[in-house]
Design a binder for this molecule. Sequence first.
Ligand code: 9MR
Length: 376
Amino acid sequence: MLKRINSTLCAILITILVTSCGSKSEKTVEEAPSLRNSYAIDFLIGTALNSGQIDEQDSIQSALIAKEFNCYTAENIMKSMHIHPAKDTFNFEAPDKLFALAEKNGAKVHGHTLIWHSQLSRFFYEIKDSTEMVSAMTDHINTIAGRYAGKLISWDVVNEAVEGDGSLRKSVFLDVLGEDYLALSFKLAAVADPEADLYYNDYSMTGEAKRNGVIRMVKKIQESGAKIDGIGMQGHWHLNSPTLAEIETSILEYAALGVKVAITELDIDVLPNPKNVEGADISQRAEISAQNNPYTNGLPDSVSVALAKRYEDIFALFLKHKNVISRVTFWGVNDGDSWKNNFPAAGRTNYPLVFDRDNKGKKAYESLLALKALKE
Ligand code: 9MR
């Protein structure tokens, strides 16, 4: 506790010293307590950015992004339908801006995503022939990963290829090439960007059947001679599920494959869970109702405290396994940005992140700073 008070006092002092020596300099931003500074020696602290944030439309939020996060993932603009909307058309303008913003803020970029069945360009669906599919995937991966080679740290090469029961998800890639499309994707990405860490990324990664399916798949990719450096556990979780034990077992079992583990899309849903939806299968929908949307006028303190405790517990676990965890990325900056306001029921008021709709740190944010201060 004393250390915590000391570090808070120290940060205040630094702020006073810096601001009293003239206008607010960048030093204030660097030395004020922040997630990126507090966890700097442990793992990267990332966030997903939407187009408005990449365009720096809101100066207050832009300052928060610069201060708190040291790794950016494009929430949508680097997905196939946006970056490669037609066979011979690529849109690099928005992604280029993301890289410029990262450079300005001294942040890294993680690429999301090369091969995914969802938000996929229409032209991929029309391909029926294996030679044509290999050629389309080669062009897609070479052009995109090649353009950003040396500029980003890692790619989600394949996203969400495994079902909850551990079987491979049906997709146009699986239909046309069979499971060889998985190793092929990693081989192509390694050629296009030999430096980047190459990840497999998915949701509901703590369920036993799915975990075993992912492990089987990764082993096959490794046996094929392809390079796979990491596994991304998305982390679209709830207040009480998955359990800490399930998360820990999963981190350890994935790491036992000899790969890094990243928590890639973290958010904690605090609302009643219609139909017990887990993960991020966007085909699962529910109707909004008064029962499943209870906090339209603000989050009750008891839930705010429970969310803070949940974030503290899972970060304590991440710190315990920091030797295998490369990055923890929140899926969005503040509660208002979150996709969780629209999933599985559209139009709800959810509170899954650590910054509120006014970009203020919530109790959950304070708990993450305090956790590190206590461990120092
Ligand atoms: O947050 C993204 C949201 O804005 C999009 O509408 C949605 C479309 O599928 O994708 C969301 O991000 C997803 C991510 O790309 C992959 N894992 C699940 C995420 C939440 O659906």
